[in-house]
Structure formats: C-alpha cells, structure tokens
Ligand binder design. Structure first.
Ligand code: HEC
Ligand code: HEC
Ligand code: HEC
Ligand code: HEC
Ligand code: HEC
Ligand code: HEC
Ligand code: HEC
Ligand code: HEC
Length: 435
C-alpha cells in the first residue's frame, strides 16, 4: 500500500519538477518566441507605430499639455521616426513674412511650401510646374496682384498658361469674397502663393500631422476637390471597375509601400494616385499631375496638350502593368473619338446662340440671363462629365449626367433663341420687322 502511495508521491513530485522545468525554461522561451514573432509582425506596421518624440525640444514638452492631439498624431508619422522636428517645419528667423513670436522663438502657424522644400525640393518643383500650382489660383483670381517672379513662374509652366475661357472669374466677382473664401478658394487655394513668395499647399493632400502615404494614396483625399457636377472624378472612379476593386478589396492593399517601388503586388487595381502621381510600372513618381495627360479635358472644346504623345506613353506604362497593350490602345482610340464628338456638340451649342448674340439680343454681362446658365452648363457640367466618365470608367456619367443633359440643354437653347429671334422679328418665319 505504502509502495503505491510512495510511488504516487514520487510521481507527483517528479511531475512537479517537470512542471517546474516547464515553468522556468519552456514558458520564458515560448514567451521569447511569441515576442519575437510579434515583433516581426509589428515590424511591418512600424511606420504607423508611435515613436517617442524628442522632448528636449520645448515645443514637444509644452504642446504635450496644450495640444496633445498634435503630439500623438505627429508621433505616428515617418517624419517623426526620421527625427524631423516641430522646429524644422514651424520655426523661422525673426521678421520672416507672416511669422509670429512664440515662447522665445518665431514660428509660422501654417508652414509654407518653402519649409517643405528645404527637404523635398523635387516634389515642390514638380508641383510648381503643374496646374496644382499657380494655374489653380489664377483660375479664380486671374493674374492680377501677382508679382513679377510669380508671373515668370506661371509663364514657365508649359501646360499651365492654357486658359480657354475666363467665365468663372465673372462668377468669382459676382459671388463676392464672403462666399468665395469658402467656395472657389476652398479648392483652388491648393496653388495659392504664401507671404514668403513660395507657392502651393502640400497639406491639401498630406494632412498634418501624420503625413501618411496611405492617406495621400486613397481617392478620398482627391475627393475634397474632384467632385461635383463639373468635375465628378471621384464619383466616376467609385462606379468604375477600378473603384469597385478598391472598395471591395482595398483593405488588403499595401498602402504604406515605399514610394517608387509600387507594383501590382501592392495595388491590384489603381487609385487616382496610381494613375496620376505614383511611380508604378515604367512611370516614375511625379507631383506634376499633368505629366500623363493628352487632352485639356476641362476646356469647353478640348485641345491636345503640348507633349501629349510623351504623356500618353507615361500613362499607358501604368495601364499596361495590368492590361494588354492592344486593349489599352483600342481604349484610347474610342475615348479620343468621344472627346471629338463632345467637341462637336459644344460647337453646335455655340452656333445655336450665335445669331442671337450677333443681333445684340443677349446682354454682354455673363451670368445675368437664364440662357447664359444653360449654355454654360452644357459644356461646363455635362460635356466635361461625359469626357471624364469615358476616360475613367463611369458609364452613368457619360450617359445620364452627360450626353442626355447635353441633348436637353441643346433643345432648350434652340427654343429660347428661336423665341428671341422671333420677338425681334429676325427669325426666318417671322414677319419682317417694322411691318
Ligand atoms: C510654454 C508652452 C509652449 C511652448 C514652449 C511652445 N508652444 Fe506653441 N502654443 C502654446 C499654446 C498655449 C498655444 C495656443 C494653443 C491654443 O490656442 O489652444 C500654442 C500655439 C501654437 C501654434 C498655433 C499658433 C496659431 O496661431 O494658431 C503653433 C504652430 C505652435 N504653437 C507651435 C509651436 C512650436 C513649433 C514650438 C517650438 C518652437 C512651440 N509651439 C512652443 C504653447 C507653447
Ligand atoms: C512636416 C512639417 C510639420 C511638422 C514636423 C510639424 N508641423 Fe505643425 N503644422 C504643419 C502644417 C503644414 C500645418 C498647417 C496645417 C493646415 O493649415 O491645415 C501645421 C499646423 C500646426 C498647428 C496649428 C494648427 C492647429 O490645428 O492648431 C500647431 C499648433 C502645430 N502645427 C504644432 C506642431 C507641433 C507641436 C509639432 C511638433 C510635435 C509640429 N506642429 C510639427 C506642419 C508640420
Ligand atoms: C527637415 C527636413 C524635412 C522637412 C522640413 C519636411 N520633411 Fe517630409 N520627410 C523628411 C524625411 C527625412 C522623410 C523620410 C521619412 C522616411 O521615409 O522614413 C520625409 C517624408 C515625407 C513624406 C512621406 C511619408 C512616408 O510615410 O514615407 C511626406 C508625404 C512628407 N515628408 C511631406 C512633407 C511636407 C508636406 C512637408 C512640409 C509641410 C515636409 N514633409 C517637411 C524630411 C522633411
Ligand atoms: C470643389 C472644389 C472646387 C470649387 C469649389 C471650385 N473649383 Fe474650379 N476647379 C476644381 C477642379 C478640381 C478643377 C479641375 C477640373 C479638371 O481639371 O478636370 C477646376 C477647374 C476650374 C477652372 C478651369 C481650369 C483653368 O485653370 O482654367 C476654372 C477657371 C475654375 N475651376 C474656376 C473656379 C471658380 C472661379 C470657382 C468659384 C466660383 C471654382 N472654380 C470653384 C475645383 C473646384
Ligand atoms: C495632389 C495631391 C498632392 C499634393 C498637393 C502633394 N502631394 Fe506629395 N504625394 C502625393 C501622393 C499621392 C503621394 C504618394 C506617391 C506614391 O504613391 O508613391 C505623395 C508622396 C510624397 C512624398 C513621398 C514620396 C517621394 O517621392 O519621396 C513626399 C516627400 C511628398 N509627397 C511631399 C510633398 C510636398 C513637399 C508637397 C508640396 C510641395 C506635396 N507632396 C504635395 C500627393 C500629393
Ligand atoms: C485642394 C483641392 C485639390 C485636391 C485635394 C486635389 N486637387 Fe487636383 N486639382 C485641383 C484644382 C483646383 C485643379 C485645376 C487647376 C486648374 O487647371 O486651374 C486640379 C487639377 C488636377 C488635374 C488636372 C491637371 C491638369 O494638368 O489639367 C489632375 C490630374 C488632378 N488634379 C489630380 C488630383 C489627384 C490625383 C488628387 C489626389 C491625390 C488631387 N488632384 C487632389 C484641386 C485639387
Ligand atoms: C485607371 C487610371 C485612372 C484613375 C484610377 C483615375 N484617373 Fe483621372 N484620368 C485618367 C485618364 C486616362 C485621363 C484622361 C487623360 C488624357 O487626357 O489623356 C484622366 C483625366 C483626369 C482629369 C482631367 C484633366 C483634364 O484634362 O481636365 C482629372 C482632373 C483626373 N483625371 C483626376 C482623377 C481623380 C481625382 C481620380 C480619382 C478619384 C482619378 N482621376 C482616377 C486615368 C485615371
Ligand atoms: C493595377 C492594375 C490596373 C491598372 C494600373 C489599370 N487597370 Fe484597368 N482594370 C484593372 C482591374 C482589376 C479591372 C477590373 C477587371 C475586370 O473588369 O474584370 C480593370 C478594368 C478596366 C476597364 C474595364 C474593362 C471591362 O471589361 O469593361 C477598363 C476600360 C480599364 N480597366 C482601363 C484602364 C486604363 C485606361 C488604365 C490606365 C489609364 C488602367 N485600366 C489601369 C486593373 C488595372
């Protein structure tokens, strides 16, 4: 009996010893392995992990209390990880334009492109050579008030000085600053000059203070401005096959991939950034969003851009990472034909109102008669929408928000002009005037 109990006792203590060994050696080893695996997994998300900011700087210490949200956000940026400090962007010499004294130093509330350009010269230069630079600003203000340096910069932008119509400057005047500050300027300020002379607002696409690549690459970033009846690029994208792929599978895409290295493994379908900005396939990264475009689609009647053939090569280098060359070439032939067809229909609308204009039956002022709005909508909303819809894959925008509305406005223009001519006794079947 005692034997058994003795054996049991021995067994029990042997088990205890084994358990002890497990606890002392195996568990910590396991924990070590788990920790190691954990680390290699989180290694992939290092870029978004918070880093401890250098609190020897007075800005961080104090702002941890006053604006903890900014400290928290910035500590997740890859710039913080690369030791870029608050001072690098905000601090300037005394007397710097628009600066203010702040706890013993001088700061800019809104750091300008000049500050970013101290480290990102290429991106700033490319943006300044694009329509996201001064042309965006001039689209609302005109060139009035720009200094000579800005005028010279503007004139050096090859694709920037093309201005087919200045009608919207009339809208800008008519609505007045109380409105336009929140309207036109909310989008067109992307190209506004700052007091220090530098141009552009990087933070329109790189929201502070995370400056995250994922955010810049997602279409919602462009959606701040590229929406609405006159340029519904976001809505078109969302209904395109590319947008469907983004909405249904985008959670698994490699949003933080190193710039310039993107391939179809990171992005199985494109976002706005892939086609217009990112380095992808044979196309290098560019902050000049005109680099890959062949037409001036925004114009009432589209013309070819300078260098359009080179630009086409750039864009097609992106497309052909995922599509066959023949498929893309055929697509371009078809989309070009649509552009020509819309050009013809806008031309027709011009010819329709010409007799009324020539007879002095329309006022010289823009946007003061219903006919002005119909004529404007025909190209500015529906003509453009049809073109954008074709190029970026949104059939509803080509048809019901495009071609159909053009037909309707054309019919209305014809009726209004006929009535005006008849009232003036100028129509073919009207009584001769004075009779
Ligand atoms: C002693 C505390 C303190 C220090 C040091 C400090 N700040 Fe501030 N800062 C503040 C406070 C308080 C505000 C106002 C916050 C508010 O209005 O809620 C502020 C506001 C700001 C603003 C916004 C200014 C505006 O016009 O809206 C910026 C930008 C800023 N600080 C940057 C910095 C930078 C960069 C440094 C380091 C060079 C720094 N701060 C150092 C306390 C400090
Ligand atoms: C890479 C450049 C950069 C760095 C680094 C940076 N900021 Fe900013 N900060 C900006 C920009 C750009 C804006 C203006 C944003 C805008 O106008 O939308 C801004 C705005 C601000 C504002 C005013 C806006 C607000 O919401 O109150 C404060 C305060 C501020 N920053 C504090 C800091 C502090 C503190 C640090 C360091 C932890 C810091 N910033 C680091 C670029 C930077
Ligand atoms: C003092 C130099 C410096 C200044 C000033 C600066 N940056 Fe940076 N920036 C860097 C460095 C270094 C990196 C690279 C971080 C990395 O790749 O790890 C970087 C990376 C970036 C990135 C890519 C982020 C990523 O996840 O790879 C963006 C976007 C960016 N900066 C925007 C800006 C903007 C906008 C401004 C001005 C408001 C600005 N930077 C000012 C040094 C600077
Ligand atoms: C929601 C943002 C937004 C608002 C608000 C806005 N625009 Fe635009 N505007 C754009 C975008 C985006 C384009 C470019 C469309 C394209 O390239 O296809 C554009 C194009 C233009 C163009 C044609 C390009 C050029 O430089 O000739 C003019 C002119 C223009 N806008 C003037 C104005 C005026 C004036 C107002 C206010 C009455 C205004 N816009 C309001 C976003 C906006
Ligand atoms: C129209 C939106 C837009 C504007 C405005 C913009 N960026 Fe970018 N930026 C992007 C996108 C999208 C990417 C990601 C490109 C990619 O996918 O590789 C990017 C990437 C970057 C990068 C990292 C990529 C690289 O080439 O190293 C830096 C740095 C950067 N931007 C700086 C700036 C600066 C500085 C400005 C202002 C002069 C600016 N950006 C204005 C959209 C923009
Ligand atoms: C803050 C507003 C704003 C944001 C955000 C913005 N854009 Fe723009 N974009 C404009 C305006 C305004 C124009 C028209 C400028 C002009 O022609 O006068 C424009 C024009 C363009 C053009 C046509 C350029 C040309 O040469 O005709 C492209 C392409 C473009 N944007 C792509 C993008 C992409 C992609 C994004 C997002 C990564 C983006 N934009 C974000 C305001 C914006
Ligand atoms: C599959 C690639 C692709 C995607 C995704 C894409 N675009 Fe485009 N985009 C194009 C092509 C192609 C054109 C017409 C190019 C030409 O003129 O040759 C175009 C034209 C434009 C224009 C018109 C410029 C002008 O001449 O008026 C703007 C603005 C624009 N895109 C912005 C955007 C925005 C914003 C998004 C996302 C919401 C987007 N694009 C998504 C390929 C793309
Ligand atoms: C990163 C990969 C990728 C890039 C780059 C890309 N596409 Fe696509 N594209 C796709 C995917 C995925 C689909 C959806 C496939 C399907 O329809 O079965 C698609 C669908 C399309 C369709 C619709 C096909 C159909 O069957 O109706 C057209 C048209 C198209 N793409 C044109 C373009 C053009 C033009 C470009 C360049 C400006 C481009 N794509 C760039 C991945 C890509």
């Amino acid at each position: 009996m005692t034997d058994t109990s003795g054996r049991t006792g021995w067994l029990a203590s042997a088990r205890l010893v084994v358990l002890g060994i497990v606890v002392v050696i195996v568990v910590p080893a396991l924990a070590f392995i788990i920790a190691a695996i954990g680390q290699s997994v989180s290694g992939e998300t290092d870029e978004t992990a918070a880093v401890a900011l250098d609190s020897s700087g007075a800005c961080v210490t104090c702002h941890q209390r006053t604006t903890p949200g900014i400290i928290e956000q910035y500590s997740r940026s890859s710039m913080a990880a690369a030791n870029v400090t608050c001072q690098n962007c905000h601090e300037v010499a005394e007397g710097y334009p628009d600066s203010k004294e702040h706890h013993g130093s001088h700061i800019l509330t809104v750091p300008t492109t000049a500050k970013c350009a101290t480290c990102h010269e290429d991106q700033a230069a490319q943006m300044n050579q694009s329509r996201h630079g001064l042309p965006a600003y001039i689209a609302m203000w005109g060139t009035e008030g720009l200094n000579e340096e800005h005028l010279a910069l503007y004139q050096s932008i090859e694709e920037g000085t093309y201005n087919p119509d200045r009608m919207r400057n009339a809208l800008f005047e008519k609505e007045g600053p109380a409105i336009t500050k929140f309207a036109c300027a909310g989008c067109h300020d992307i190209g506004a000059p700052a007091a220090d002379g530098s141009v552009g607002q990087c933070q329109e696409c790189h929201l502070r203070h995370e400056f995250s690549l994922e955010q810049a690459r997602k279409p919602e970033t462009c959606n701040h401005c590229h929406i609405g009846p006159d340029h519904p690029q976001y809505e078109i994208y969302i209904e395109s096959f590319h947008g469907i792929a983004y909405l249904t599978g985008g959670d698994d895409w490699n949003w933080e991939a190193e710039p310039g290295t993107l391939t179809v493994r990171d992005f199985p379908a494109p976002t706005c950034a892939t086609c217009h900005i990112s380095g992808f396939g044979g196309a290098p990264t560019t902050h000049d969003v005109g680099d890959r475009l062949t037409w001036y689609l925004f114009a009432p009647q589209s013309a070819r851009r300078p260098n359009w053939e080179d630009n086409m090569t750039q864009m097609q280098a992106v497309c052909t990472e995922c599509h066959s060359r023949a498929f893309i070439e055929e697509f371009y032939v078809d989309a070009d034909a649509l552009v020509e067809e819309i050009n013809r229909r806008v031309q027709l609308s011009n010819e329709t109102i010409a007799p009324a204009r020539e007879a002095g039956l329309l006022t010289a002022e823009a946007f003061d008669q219903p006919i002005d709005f119909i004529h404007f909508d025909l190209w500015h909303h529906w003509g453009r929408t049809a073109k954008f819809g074709a190029w970026m894959g949104g059939p509803d925008y080509v048809q019901w928000h495009g071609a159909y509305e053009i037909l309707r406005d054309q019919a209305e223009l014809e009726a209004i002009v006929a009535e005006l001519l008849e009232k003036a006794g100028l129509s073919d079947d009207a009584e001769p005037s004075g009779s």
